[in-house]
Design a protein around this ligand. Structure first.
Ligand code: LLP
Length: 420
């Protein structure tokens, strides 16, 4: 990633040396590049120029307020999936009319909060949810804007854990049943049908799965129109992949060029297009810094035991995900470097961050786990009573702590013991 570069042999985030940040703030430490966020946004802005497009940042990827606020200033809306995410957007003064509310299990209180805030749209995923929303909206004296998330049954060619558009997934309404559910939705005075949405998966690298989904959505939109149901927008979800190693993912422009060609061909240019990108806006804007505590050479393998663990970054063990590992100050060693598994201190064999990496290491070395801006901190936990890592945002030569390292007593200061 161009925002994390070697200058004079040491890895920097923009103009700040990562070793300096690690010394100042300790490790494990998440470091984000503000310029990387802006550049990732720029790709979507260019792709949207002169077109009716709303980008709703899929904030589950990274929901730090500093990240949200940056995207808010750039003009982004937000794709939320919980009352907690709604609270975060409201906390930074985000515009509710640019929020879409996704998720298969919305609770009553979450619907109420979103109705009161005045979100752009509820992305409804089942008939049961539709009935509940109609009831909740009625009780609140509101009309809920509704899109149905349809399941187009396409293969996104990605990891099964993050593929969501196939028939067997829990998500969405089977596209064959969509007309019936739309007709049902039209019958409630407390609902207003405004759109259709889908989300076929994540870390998608080719455009073809999107085109398959697009075709099916367009066919549905025409079928609905023939039944007198006019939609205002079509939301294609998130999913554009990033480069972790050697992938060359599709670009936002490639996708939107295809989408608008199709809209023209089908005389559907009145439709607004919504996208919900998460990873592609933040994934390569962050690294996780971790220090080597011990080297352990066993008969079977070499381990570098580091101070970050699966509680900080669960993607490797959960998805078998590959993150590049860069020594922050590489040594120009003569002999061939041994192959290390980079593992954490947690009491689980699954606690690893990388496997079989050729690295010339000594204890005390600082490593950067790359592409750790998305689904990294947001998926972290306190397992093994490890306080969550700090997060720092770099802007040029300036670094700001945007979330301090959790204090030890914050691990248990809301807990209590029984008094009898
Ligand atoms: N919209 C919906 C409805 C979603 O479910 C998601 C992600 C997004 C948008 C954003 O997708 P993106 O542009 O980031 O691909 N934890 C996994 C990824 C899970 C994605 C969940 N849904 C990982 O670390 O790879």
């Amino acid at each position: 990633a161009p925002h994390f570069q070697f200058q004079d042999g040491v890895l920097h985030a923009e103009d700040v040396a990562l070793e300096q940040l690690a010394q100042e703030h300790g490790t494990p430490l998440y470091v984000y590049s503000r310029q990387a966020l802006r550049d990732a946004w720029e790709a979507y802005r260019i792709a949207s120029e002169g077109r009716d497009v709303l980008i709703c940042y899929g904030m589950k990827a990274n929901s730090n307020l500093a990240v949200l606020d940056e995207f808010r200033k750039l003009g982004s809306g937000f794709d939320i999936v919980s009352g907690g995410e709604l609270a975060r957007v409201l906390a930074i003064g985000g515009d509710p009319s640019r929020i879409v509310f996704s998720g298969v299990g919305k609770q009553v209180w979450e619907m109420q909060a979103a109705l009161n805030a005045g979100v752009k749209c509820f992305n409804v995923e089942s008939e049961a949810e539709l009935l509940r929303l109609a009831e909740v909206a009625d009780q609140c004296g509101k009309v809920a804007p509704v899109s149905l998330r349809v399941n187009p049954d396409v293969d996104a060619h990605t990891h099964p854990y993050i593929s969501t558009g196939l028939k067997e997934n829990k998500f969405g309404i089977a596209i064959e049943n969509a007309l019936t559910v739309y007709q049902r939705a039209m019958s409630f005075p407390s609902l207003r049908v405004v759109g259709v949405d889908c989300h076929i998966g994540s870390q998608i690298t080719e455009v073809s799965p999107y085109l398959d989904a697009l075709d099916k959505l367009i066919a549905l939109i025409k079928q609905l129109a023939a039944h007198g149901i006019q939609l205002k927008h079509m939301d294609l979800g998130g999913g554009i992949g990033i480069r972790y190693t050697d992938e060359t993912p599709l670009t936002p422009k490639q996708l939107l060029d295809e989408v608008f060609l199709a809209l023209q061909a089908h005389e559907l240019t009145h439709l607004q297009i919504v996208l919900e990108p998460g990873r592609s806006l933040v994934g390569n804007a962050g690294v996780l810094l971790t220090r080597v505590e011990y080297l352990k050479h066993t008969e079977a393998r070499n381990f570098a035991i580091v101070d970050a663990a699966m509680n900080d970054l669960i993607r490797p063990t959960l998805y078998d995900a590959w993150h590049s590992v860069e020594p922050v100050t590489p040594r120009s060693g003569g002999q061939p470097a041994p192959s290390y598994d980079i593992v954490g201190p947690i009491c689980e064999s699954g606690d690893w961050l990388a496997k079989d990496r050729q690295l010339d290491l000594q204890h005390g070395d600082l490593l950067a786990i790359m592409s750790a801006g998305a689904y990294a901190f947001t998926m972290s936990s306190q397992y093994n009573s490890r306080p969550r890592a700090a997060e720092v945002m770099v802007d040029g030569a300036k670094a700001t702590v945007v979330r301090p390292r959790e204090a030890l007593d914050s691990l248990f200061d809301t807990e209590s013991v029984l008094t009898d």
